[in-house]
Design a binder for this molecule. Structure first.
Ligand SMILES: Cc1ncc(COP(=O)(O)O)c(C=O)c1O
Length: 407
């Protein structure tokens, strides 16, 4: 295992040198989006400065270079999640990836009375596509309960799943609670019932080592911008046999085998699902982000976050007027801390922290059903990443303590 050094890592992230409100920036809003290292920005600039051309269409040198960079980028990102390049579709991100599964697989395979299982801790991106499909097909959406420890209840999933279940679509890592779900067991249960498993990996791909083959999922959705890459690009892993039988999501250039006026046939996956000019510079940045994370080592990222978990959870639990929403067991959670301070609106907590240079998120975090389940309007949420130091999280905790002491 390589040595992990958050201080050294920080040197690659120019924005972390900033001051905010006269204080050193402590960026703890990584669940919303991560910061970008120089290597990612350089890869994007280099593409535009030296190789910019459309891909797979030109015989000239720049087009060949751009095509090669794009294809290598796919190989690199696929390798990061342990799949084959032909199993990885580039999308705009997790939201589009889940919608692709909904409109290309679910719309054509579901009928009235079928069931789609989600969970009570899903992000809207893994709820609304299924509501839309349920309206179009007559299928019903059911939600798995949480356990008392904010886990995903396997008992609840077992009681909901049946021969009517066609899809089990759940998060791998809650963006609110930090809960890491037993994705492998969930996928196995789905398989036992011939249901298709869709794993929302928006928060797990940035923080945990991912092996989609080991997990046994049918689909896995993730976003580059949450894992050091640019916005507007992400991925969808799909099992080849499913991708082959699915119709295209969009039609246009780049996804065809042959076109006549009245008929068209399509390219093989993944091109079948990538109509139009793709986000080529985005792939350059995504691949550079993956290079960066591979070099640091995802096990190291995870271990670093466990160290931060131990510090933060102990301190937050010790603050009388603060309630933390999420598992206490550091081995069953990631570094996302949603909390409320007694009698304070979460937005006010976020504003007071911002005045001290500390960036946290506040609100419903695109998880309104979960907020309703918890009986709250929203939370404040601090979420560190590989470049956040122990000192930074201690600064956040000290200032929060000061804020709540004045209540
Ligand atoms: C768990 C989860 N799922 C899905 C999404 C949507 O990701 P994106 O907006 O990149 O499509 C997010 C974003 O916060 C998320 O946290």
């Amino acid at each position: 295992m390589q040595m992990f050094d958050a201080e050294k890592i920080r040197e690659d992230f120019p924005v972390l040198e900033r001051e905010v409100n006269g204080k050193d920036l402590v960026y703890l809003d990584n669940t919303a989006t991560s910061q970008k290292p120089r290597q990612v920005m350089d890869a994007i600039s280099e593409f535009y400065e030296k190789h910019n051309a459309n891909i797979h269409r030109g015989v000239h040198a720049l087009s060949q270079e751009a095509s090669e960079m794009f294809d290598k980028g796919r190989e690199n990102v696929a390798d990061f999640i342990w799949c084959l390049p032909e199993e990885l579709i580039f999308t705009r991100g997790t939201t589009e990836s889940i919608n692709l599964v909904a409109y290309s697989w679910a719309l054509h395979n579901l009928k009235e009375g079928d069931e789609i299982i989600i969970s009570k801790m899903e992000h809207h991106s893994n709820i609304i596509p299924w509501h839309l499909i349920s309206k179009l097909t007559g299928a019903n959406v059911k939600a798995v309960e949480m356990g008392n420890d904010f886990s995903m209840s396997m008992e609840s999933l077992e009681s909901l799943i049946s021969s009517r279940t066609k899809i089990v679509a759940v998060t791998h890592f809650s963006n609110v609670l930090g809960t890491v779900t037993p994705a492998k067991d969930i996928c196995k249960l789905a398989r036992d019932y011939d249901a298709v498993s869709v794993i929302d990996g928006a928060q797990s791909a940035p923080h945990l080592p991912i092996n989609v083959k080991g997990m046994g999922c049918d689909f896995f959705a993730f976003s580059a911008h949450k894992m050091l890459g640019p916005t507007g690009i992400g991925g969808l892993y799909g099992k080849v046999e499913l991708l082959e039988e699915m119709p295209p999501f969009n039609g246009g250039g780049g996804m065809i085998a042959d076109v006549s006026f009245d008929h068209s046939t399509y390219a093989k996956p993944p091109e079948k699902f990538e109509a139009g000019t793709p986000n080529i510079a985005g792939v350059a940045g995504f691949s550079a982000a993956v290079d960066y994370l591979k070099k640091v080592g995802m096990e190291n990222v995870h271990e670093h976050e466990k160290v931060l978990n131990r510090i933060v959870i102990k301190r937050l639990n010790g603050m009388e007027k603060v309630k933390l929403y999420g598992p206490e067991n550091v081995d069953k959670r990631g570094a996302v801390y949603s909390f409320n301070a007694e009698g304070m609106n979460p937005h006010d907590v976020a504003v007071l922290l911002d005045q001290e240079g500390i960036a946290v998120r506040s609100g419903h975090h695109c998880a309104q059903p979960l907020m309703k389940e918890l009986g709250i309007e929203g939370t404040a949420r601090a979420s560190p990443y590989l470049y956040n130091t122990e000192e930074e999280v201690k600064t956040f905790l000290d200032i929060l303590e000061e804020i709540v002491s004045k209540l």
